[in-house]
Design a protein around this ligand. Structure first.
Ligand code: SF4
Ligand code: SF4
Length: 385
């Protein structure tokens, strides 16, 4: 939690401090969250990847909150031009751990994005995203059908996600092999469609509901006990967003790292003598609160030196393509991915993450990145008897 209030009253007497804090806490619940954020001296901007790389006041966290506030209260019109900065957000929640109120800025300003969609005053580059999801069931466009898609049944259903289906279809086969090495059988459904994460982030509630209901129906019908997602964004969508809309998922939703972690006790790893650096995806470490999971898994491999860059865990830095900037401002997104890649490569050129989106973003920026399942495939020998 940020101590900016404490900082502001640092030199005061104990009595003044106490009275100021009391008033602050009593009053803070009465003031609208957007107002609080608009008045904040941008305390989290130094943790916000967009702010760090873009450097503009309007796309800083409090800058976006001020625009949202002005639109909400009618001081400025809701036009495509005015609303544009509100899409300069990666929904990474890097602001949250640095915020006195623990705000998730993306959630705070999302109601204005919802309103913008309803009034047709949103950046039209997003039409491409909407068309892709609604026509092809994938945010990134048409995808080839894979030969390992079956309508088999089983306990573990692997949900690939849009980035894997479009850019790294081989990752789903690799994940299947890893799960097999752990002693389980898994399957994938033929008619997988996008979970709707980016529709939600864009504020398109109508399309999101349509896709989410369709998704839940297909997955629930499969009879799987575990829904195993390769992307933390999908885990987050099924676990956190769907319940907000009262959409029930029957299987237990798990990210691949959580599944591996649960099986750690019985895995036999082979030795691997090298230095690697890990990229913690913020959706995993901040939004899903799995701060050290990647480190904990990889640290079990004998001989392996696992390094973390300066920004890690809850203070990690975003990398990826699964965000609205991919449609709104690809150049800025590339700079964000480059910034992260530079930081990671200071530690090692062997980068391991647990997010196909981060792999894609960092590889577009020029890096070579392993998703966790790729890295583990040759490292897991099997399970103990
Ligand atoms: S999210 Fe929190 S720390 Fe960031 S600008 Fe808003 S109130 Fe300040
Ligand atoms: S969610 Fe991420 S990109 Fe958006 S304001 Fe917060 S830190 Fe910045």
């Amino acid at each position: 939690m940020s101590g900016w209030i404490l900082e502001a009253i640092k030199g005061s007497s104990f009595k003044t401090k106490l009275s100021a804090m009391k008033k602050f806490f009593l009053e803070k619940s009465k003031v609208e969250d957007l107002t609080k954020c608009s008045l904040c001296p941008n305390m989290c901007r130094y943790a916000c990847p967009v702010s760090i790389v873009d450097g503009k006041e309007t796309t800083s966290p409090a800058g976006k909150a001020r625009i949202a506030y002005l639109i909400k209260h009618g001081y400025i019109d809701l036009t495509t031009e005015n609303v544009l900065p509100l899409y300069y957000c990666l929904s990474c929640e890097s602001c949250t751990p640095h915020c006195f109120f623990q705000f998730n800025l993306s959630e705070l300003i999302r109601p204005i994005r919802v309103e913008a969609i309803m009034r047709g005053e949103y950046p039209k580059q997003l039409n491409n995203l909407f068309d892709n999801v609604m026509n092809f069931g994938c945010a990134f466009g048409e995808v080839e059908k894979e030969e390992n898609e079956t309508n088999n049944r089983g306990d573990i259903l692997i949900f690939r996600g849009c980035v894997v289906r479009k850019f790294y279809p081989e990752l789903s086969k690799i994940a299947t092999e890893v799960i097999e090495k752990l002693g389980y059988k898994s399957f994938m459904i033929e008619d997988e469609i996008c979970c709707g994460y980016l529709l939600y982030e864009a504020g398109h509630d109508e399309y999101f509901m349509k896709i989410a209901k369709m998704n839940a129906e297909r997955i629930n019908r499969s009879g799987a006990k575990i829904l195993l997602t390769l992307s933390p964004e999908c885990t987050y969508t099924y676990r956190i967003i769907y319940p907000r809309y009262k959409i029930k998922m029957k299987p237990r939703v798990m990210h691949i790292t959580e599944f591996i972690k649960e099986n750690m006790g019985k895995i036999r790893f082979s030795e691997r003598k090298e230095r690697i650096v890990i990229h913690d995806p913020p959706k995993l470490t901040i939004s899903l609160n799995k701060t050290r999971i990647l480190l904990e898994i990889l640290s079990e491999i004998p001989g392996l030196k696992v390094l973390r860059p300066m920004r890690n865990g809850k203070n990690t830095f975003y990398a990826g393509v699964n965000n609205l900037l991919y449609w709104i401002d690809k150049e800025l997104l590339l700079e964000i991915n480059r910034e992260r890649l530079r930081e990671l490569e200071e530690e090692s050129n062997i980068i391991v993450t647990a997010s196909p989106s981060a792999k894609r973003g960092l590889e577009i920026a020029g890096g070579k990145v392993y998703d966790l399942v790729e890295y583990l495939r040759d490292t897991i020998e099997g399970v103990r008897d």
